[in-house]
Write a protein that binds this ligand. Structure first.
Ligand code: HEM
Length: 468
């Protein structure tokens, strides 16, 4: 009798432990995938293979949710619209934004990108107010003036690097967006410091005298001091106080509200906006010129549209208006298709704030989560013949969460209207005034860190004959 009792007890215990173990292993079920080499993981592959190849081979092998290891961190990559929506929108509270500490130090730890919760919401409201269509529409003539001053400088060189030049343009637009139209004498110093900072942004974070990182960190400190002085100066002068730009909006909020932003919070966000606004837009413009070169029938359609608008401007003897840019439907679709095909941000980073059960897997606390915009944009399920550059696909709106060039949810891009406007104004003048050709044998792709045409797309630019 006692043997039967002991055997039954042992059996019960075994069942109990088996159940516990199954529960544990089931709960700890990680998504499939490869973690690559120790420490470096799959980082080298990610930054040397064509991004489409990297993501597609893994998605084919493992499905829409797979694990990997990049930039020293274990991560889960997700490539279905529904899963991306869960991470960025529905369960956004479980996935916080995350950046390498060196980037945070360089941009400024109080910049919007690094935050969740009330501080993020407060900033987002203010930044969105500064870049809403109703505000952006007032900058058409300033942006046009920048384009008109800038394009003739392309003519004097036999060869130009498109990316380098579009960066200069996007930087000038970012400066007026951040500081307003009337640029003060301090601006030259601020621009100079920002350029040193930028050179160190993608450098190895080694803080020794002489390294790019070290120079960038010194410039960052000086930039903070210069911005603090500018804020104090504007505060002391009623006229300057009401100057436009994001700085004006942030300072007015500071004046009107208790518990509002500190000067250093304002500085970090001004630098953050310049950072977010110019590399992305310049890369998109570079791809635009590349796709137009590769697709002459698309270039022809855009040229016809832009020349039609140009005729109206000549007849009415005026510059571009917001209303003109709303009539650029063909060009707008070309921009949409460029943002899909190039997917300027191939993915973004989040971090699981706790163990999260996700699509039958567990994402452990602290793991990075990467919604793969590029893979979704290149999926034949949502964009038939995805490798074909076909702006007409945007004659119909894409399915929700299949098209996210500007992200989605709480952290989606507040600068999308400005970026599109910048591209439209640039294209209007560039296409109606110039023809351009690429240098033979220069096809290819590089990472800087966004995928860009090889060597930044060197081109030869010539003024069209019929233009004075
Ligand atoms: C073609 C140009 C641009 C592209 C492709 C782009 C793309 C993106 C994407 C995908 C995000 C979301 C990142 C995430 O979820 O982690 C984002 C965020 C952001 N973008 Fe843009 N962007 C562009 C231009 C601009 C411009 C012109 C501005 C200037 C106002 C800007 C300011 C920002 C800011 C401040 C955020 C962070 C928002 C937040 O954290 O709440 N971007 N952008």
């Amino acid at each position: 009798m006692s043997t039967i009792l002991i055997s039954s007890l042992l059996l019960l215990l075994l069942v109990f432990f088996l159940k516990q173990w199954c529960h544990l292993t089931d709960k700890r079920r990680l998504p499939p995938g490869s973690m690559g080499w120790p420490y470096i993981g799959e980082t080298l592959k990610l930054y040397t293979e064509h991004p489409n190849t990297f993501f597609f081979t893994r998605r084919k092998r493992y499905g829409n949710v797979f694990k990997s290891h990049i930039l020293g961190c274990p991560c889960v990559m997700i490539s279905s619209p529904e899963a991306a929506k869960s991470v960025l929108v529905n369960q956004a509270h479980l996935f916080k934004p995350t950046y390498p500490p060196s980037k945070e130090k360089m941009i400024g730890p109080q910049a919007i990108f690094f935050h969740q919760g009330n501080y993020h919401l407060k900033l987002k409201k203010l930044i969105q107010a500064s870049f809403a269509p109703s505000v952006v529409k007032g900058s058409v003539s300033e942006i046009e003036e920048i384009v008109l001053n800038f394009l003739p400088t392309w003519e004097i060189h036999a060869l130009i690097c498109t990316l380098r030049e579009t960066k200069k343009y996007a930087f000038e637009v970012a400066m007026i967006s951040a500081f307003g139209k009337n640029q003060e004498p301090e601006m030259e110093g601020i621009k100079h410091l920002y350029q040193i900072l930028e050179k160190g942004y993608n450098s190895m974070p080694m803080n020794f005298p002489g390294t790019l990182f070290n120079k960038a960190m010194k410039a960052r400190k000086q930039l903070n001091e210069a911005l603090t002085r500018l804020i104090k100066k504007r505060r002391g002068n009623k006229k300057l106080y009401n100057e436009g730009g994001l700085l004006g909006i942030l300072m007015r909020d500071q004046e009107q509200k208790m518990n509002s932003l500190s000067d250093s919070q304002i500085s970090d966000n001004i630098i953050g906006i310049i950072f977010a606004a110019h590399d992305t837009t310049a890369t998109a413009l570079t791809w635009l010129l590349k796709y137009l070169l590769d697709n002459p029938h698309v270039l022809q359609a855009v040229t016809i549209e832009q020349e039609g608008i140009q005729c109206t401007l000549v007849e009415e003897n005026r510059g571009l208006t917001w209303a003109d840019t709303r009539r650029m439907s063909v060009t707008s679709r070309v921009i949409q298709e460029t943002l899909r095909t190039a997917s300027i941000l191939s993915f973004t980073f989040r971090e699981a704030v706790e163990d999260v059960e996700f699509e039958g897997y567990i994402i452990p606390k602290g793991w990075k989560v990467l919604p793969l915009f590029r893979t979704i944009h290149h999926s034949a399920d949502f964009f038939p013949q995805p490798e074909k550059f076909d702006p007409s696909r945007f004659e119909m709106p894409p399915r929700p969460h299949t098209y996210m060039p500007f992200g989605s949810g709480l952290h989606s891009c507040p600068g999308s209207e400005l970026a599109k406007l910048e591209m439209l104004i640039f294209l209007h003048h560039f296409i109606t005034t110039y023809r351009w050709k690429a240098i033979e044998g220069e096809d290819g792709i590089e990472y800087s860190p966004f995928p860009v045409p090889k060597r930044g797309l060197p081109i030869e630019v010539r003024r069209k004959k019929y233009k004075a």
